[in-house]
Design a protein around this ligand. Structure first.
Ligand code: TXA
Ligand code: MG
Length: 337
């Protein structure tokens, strides 16, 4: 299939392709999404095929105004209204009990549905012009880092989807925070740019699912299917080094094995004696979030490297989201220094 390259002013073309049952990669403020009409099962099926996505991993449904949510969920609960008022449009996905409008294909067979109203101007325009809610997972091949630049989408999906809307780089760089309102205490399944502290300021106590920072054992069934899949992993082996800047630098510079590289912060570069890729600066987790996925893809472009030592980010605020993605990319290989 020939994939059409569209620009930010071609929203109507993108919307028409979506209305006719096609699949289109669109920019959002978090990462690029691979969109289809959420009400058209055939179109949604194409997403799973293009990404190679397991069918039990449910999709997020994207809306452009709050009115659109009513037909998608059983009840817009008071907590959901509070969250929507505080954080929509924006990088927050809310899980509620689904209505009959939501197919099992979208919900991965669960009785819930994940909904997000993106803040990105182009995404909003495309949803409005398509006139339907859009199912959209991240626009990467399943298992790869999510795409934050149009070239990542092209690399993974050109030839497999109808069109790609090019709108440069996504400024947040990590996928949305996912919070479920289906349990007594709201539960975060995936941390993101909307932090636990921000959610608690609106909802009171919020729980964090244990799979956010721990490896699931082989047989346990996660409450959010996405948590169980190997994710974000570059081809090269990554190990996270948890310690101070000095411990990190010393560990790497003293290591005797060849072919080692560093995935580090800007500040570390001048002290390191090995090749490196940076992901942001030490005390600015938003800069780490923005750069991480591109940096992970960058590791695979390095020649003659077979082990990467990653600097461990702080685990607070947006840092928790960075940590959550990085430990998955490292297959939970962490060394405490
Ligand atoms: O920022 C984002 O959320 C991006 C942009 C495109 O909006 N989308 C995205 O979608 O990251 P995806 O499919 O790559 O990740 C959705 C995550 C998966 O981990 C999935 O398992 C979880 O949300 N999820 C979706 N629906 C769910 C549900 N009903 N219950 C539990 N988890 C759900
Ligand atoms: Mg994804």
């Amino acid at each position: 299939m020939k994939t059409k390259m569209l620009s930010a002013k071609d929203t109507k073309v993108a919307a028409d392709i979506l209305s006719m049952g096609g699949i289109v990669a669109i920019p959002t403020e978090t990462v690029y999404g691979l969109a289809a009409n959420a009400l058209n099962e055939n179109a949604v099926k194409k997403i799973f095929i293009a990404k190679g996505r397991p069918s039990d991993n449910p999709l997020i449904v994207h809306i452009s105004s709050i009115e659109e949510i009513h037909s998608l969920v059983q009840e817009l609960t008071p907590e959901a209204v509070k969250l929507a008022n505080a954080f929509w449009p924006g990088p927050l996905t809310i899980i509620l009990k689904k209505s009959k409008t939501i197919s099992d294909l979208i919900s991965g067979g669960l009785d819930t549905v994940a909904i997000r109203m993106p803040a990105h101007r182009i995404a909003q325009k495309i949803i409005k012009e398509a006139g339907v809610p859009l199912a959209a997972p991240s626009a990467n091949l399943s298992g790869k880092p999510s795409p934050t630049k149009v070239e990542h989408v092209i690399l993974d999906l050109a030839g497999k989807i109808d069109a790609i809307v090019d709108s440069g780089t996504c400024n947040i760089g990590l996928e949305s925070t996912v919070v479920s309102l289906c349990s007594k205490i709201p539960k975060v399944f995936r941390p993101g740019a909307i932090t636990i502290e921000q959610l608690e300021s609106v909802l009171g106590k919020v729980e964090i699912d244990s799979a956010v920072i721990n490896r699931l054992d082989e047989n346990s069934k996660p409450i959010s299917p996405g948590l169980k899949y190997k994710h974000y992993a570059p081809k090269v082996k990554v190990v996270v080094l948890n310690g101070s800047k000095k411990q990190y630098i010393d560990y790497i510079n003293n290591n005797k094995t060849n072919k080692v590289a560093a995935l580090c912060f800007e500040e570390d570069v001048k002290n390191l004696k090995v090749p490196f890729v940076t992901y942001g600066t030490e005390f600015d987790p938003s800069s780490q979030a923005e750069k991480l996925f591109d940096a992970l893809r960058g590791l695979d472009k390095m020649k003659d490297v077979n082990l990467v030592y990653a600097r461990c980010p702080g685990k607070f605020g947006v840092g928790l989201a960075v940590y959550n993605r990085l430990i998955r990319a490292a297959g939970f290989n962490i060394i405490n220094l």
